[in-house]
Design a binder for this molecule. Structure first.
Ligand SMILES: Nc1ncnc2c1ncn2[C@@H]1O[C@H](COP(=O)(O)OP(=O)(O)O)[C@@H](O)[C@H]1O
Ligand SMILES: [Mg+2]
Length: 284
């Protein structure tokens, strides 16, 4: 499923003395199966933009299109957007409310009109996808789980609605290294094997620089840079905005500044290591 934000602007508390323009004239498009990363300083409008993607917020001007259809054109379109575009909030574990893991995850399919006899299988499949054993976890109470387990329950709750687009707001924040790895692997599988479109907001681009085809950088509510991830990361504006770049990009920049011709815009340590070995061999 393709998703597009066209010239979208949004003002919070419109018409009050507290009115605040959060995003302005923002454009973004992700084709089916594409992986997009979004970065930007705090307050640049990332979360506001994400909440437009499944219709939680309605643009003051501009359009949100799902397969080229405006999601606000009818109640049915909006309902479809809510189901097809799964939004994983920042710290989603703070919003768990089900009495059991099963109830928590069954909530979405129950709401999107799945027949009751399909639901146990949907819940089980979603739990398998995030690595939570069905028999072991289904009757547990969400509040007694670890932080990483809660986060997986929240993701399974989104997956049980069978979304075609997954939108994640800083999904690895607060997780340990194992939790981060597990989440990145899960989303990679969904993207590669099921063609799910991924839009991932991050402060830590190193985790996904090799996975996201394109990177969009917001600043003060507007798109400041957009393009192929490797090219955007090489843009000097990234540091000017105080955004993190992967160590491999910093090393390439340093080498480039010393006149060493680094090829291929490396973004992972493996890639820069290979490139340095190649440069050394070339010198010999
Ligand atoms: N519920 C809200 N009410 C009023 N202003 C808000 C609200 N949420 C966000 N804002 C403001 O909108 C701007 C963008 O915020 P946000 O989308 O949360 O940015 P980011 O996710 O990039 O940190 C900020 O100036 C923020 O203070
Ligand atoms: Mg945010």
């Amino acid at each position: 499923m393709s998703i597009e934000i066209k010239n979208v602007s949004y003002v919070y508390s419109k018409g009050t003395p507290f009115a605040r323009q959060a995003i302005k004239g923002v454009n973004l498009r992700a084709a089916r199966g594409e992986w997009l990363a979004v970065m930007g300083p705090t307050g640049s409008g990332k979360s506001t933009m994400l909440q437009h993607l499944n219709g939680l917020l309605k643009p003051d001007s501009g359009e949100v299109l799902l397969d080229d259809k405006n999601i606000h054109s009818s109640a049915a379109s909006l309902r479809e957007a809510r189901q097809k575009v799964g939004l994983v909030f920042q710290y989603p574990e703070h919003q768990l409310f089900g009495a059991t893991v099963y109830e928590e995850i069954a909530y979405a399919p129950e709401n999107y009109g799945c027949s009751p006899d399909e639901i146990p299988e949907l819940v089980q499949r979603a739990m398998d996808t995030v690595g939570l054993g069905y028999d072991r976890y289904k009757s547990r109470q969400p509040y007694e789980l670890s932080g990483g387990e809660k986060r997986r329950v929240a993701l399974a709750g989104v997956l049980a609605a069978l979304p075609e687009v997954i939108v994640l707001d800083e999904p690895t924040a607060g997780l340990d290294a194992v939790g981060r790895q597990l989440l990145t692997e899960t989303i990679t599988r969904l993207n590669r094997d099921r063609g799910i479109t991924v839009i991932w907001v991050t402060h830590e681009i190193t985790e996904i620089a090799h996975l996201a085809e394109r990177l969009i950088v917001l600043n003060k509510g507007e798109v400041a840079i957009a393009g192929k991830t490797r090219e955007v990361l090489a843009n000097p504006m990234m540091s000017e905005l105080g955004l993190d770049i992967p160590p491999a990009v910093a090393i390439s920049r340093e080498l480039g500044g010393r006149g060493v011709p680094v090829r291929g815009q490396p973004v992972t340590l493996d890639e820069i290591r290979e490139e340095i070995i190649r440069l050394l061999k070339e010198k010999q």
